[in-house]
Design a protein around this ligand. Structure first.
Ligand code: KDG
Length: 313
């Protein structure tokens, strides 16, 4: 049976300090499951589409509980491999009273051993859309090779793909990110990056200029986000902007993935690209208004949020 989305990457257990807003003083933590690609898979599933997530998880309890969390969201994890390693994690403060500071426990993790042979052509050919990110390129060389392999396969098979630059500065330097990601960020249906990420990868944060350049590189829909501020985009050379809905932002982590997931779902459901991006921006704002990477992600059907919700937000 086919799926709407196939995506892969590293899922993490995120430990968020709950008694104080600093890892330096906290003694209590809440654990949630997250990770950029799995967040996108959950977004599509919440909107009533079929999403399949692949990764390598360790043979450990964290791996088991995270898989249970992802499956509880209706995401298909049947292709996942369990390997003799540990499942990655991230520790952070809540960000209620100060900036979010993160630490990773992921170098050498199970997911960092993902390799091209893990992604069979049939995983991609049975999907309508492939989503990948720069994070998988940063976690290991085999991760980078796997992203390149999957995007190439999608192109050969005529499956639409998206790529989110998603630079994680704790995983690699800006010069490494630029050298690796610039050649990958081309010929995809949807390219997403933050203003600062375009600056790092392409040396240019002038939205009109750099987004037009992305269209010329074969990225049909190129989007430049800037947190909760105006989002700039260019579709086949046509530049425009969207002002995201205003919400009380509680936890912005995960909102970019909700934007991406909401936009992909809209595109798959047949919305015009600008309307799909508007739906994405509503999803992103709602996720930022609640704690956790996907807690605030709205539900919907056939890839669409309800009319009521889109009018209300
Ligand atoms: O996009 C949200 C992610 O940043 C978060 O879930 C953790 O995947 C993550 C990462 O690599 O930082």
């Amino acid at each position: 049976m086919g799926t709407d989305l196939f995506t892969f990457g590293e899922a993490l257990s995120v430990f968020i300090s709950s008694d104080t807003d600093s890892v330096m003083s906290a003694t209590k933590y809440e654990r949630v499951t997250a990770g950029a690609e799995v967040n996108v898979a959950v977004a599509l599933s919440r909107l009533g589409l079929k999403a399949q997530f692949f990764s390598r998880f360790g043979n450990d309890q964290l791996g088991s509980v995270m898989l249970a969390d992802i499956e509880a969201e209706g995401v298909d994890t049947s292709l996942v491999k369990r390997v003799d390693s540990f499942t990655g994690a991230m520790v952070r403060n809540s960000g209620k009273s100060q900036a979010v500071e993160i630490s990773y426990l992921r170098k050498g993790s199970a997911a960092s051993t993902i390799e091209p042979a893990d992604i069979l052509d049939s995983y991609i050919s049975s999907a309508k859309w492939l989503h990948t990110t720069g994070i998988t390129c940063a976690i290991s060389q085999s991760g980078e090779k796997t992203v390149k392999h999957a995007l190439k396969t999608a192109r050969e098979l005529g499956v639409k793909a998206s790529f989110d630059l998603n630079i994680r500065r704790k995983l690699w330097s800006e010069s490494q990110a630029s050298a690796t990601l610039a050649p990958i960020a081309e010929n995809v249906e949807l390219l997403i990056g933050g203003e600062d990420e375009f600056k790092v990868v392409f040396g240019d944060s002038d939205a009109k200029r750099v987004l037009a350049q992305m269209n010329k590189r074969g990225c049909k829909i190129a989007v430049m986000t800037k947190g909760d501020q105006v989002m700039r985009y260019s579709i086949d050379g046509q530049y425009d902007e969207i002002t995201p809905p205003k919400v009380v932002a509680v936890d912005p982590v995960g909102s970019g993935d909700a934007f991406t997931g909401g936009s992909i779902a809209g595109l798959l459901s047949g919305l015009a690209p600008s309307d799909a991006l508007k739906q994405g921006s509503i999803c992103g704002a709602l996720v930022a208004s609640m704690f956790g990477d996907w807690t605030g992600m709205p539900t919907g059907s056939a890839g669409l949020i309800s009319d009521e919700l889109s009018k209300k937000v």
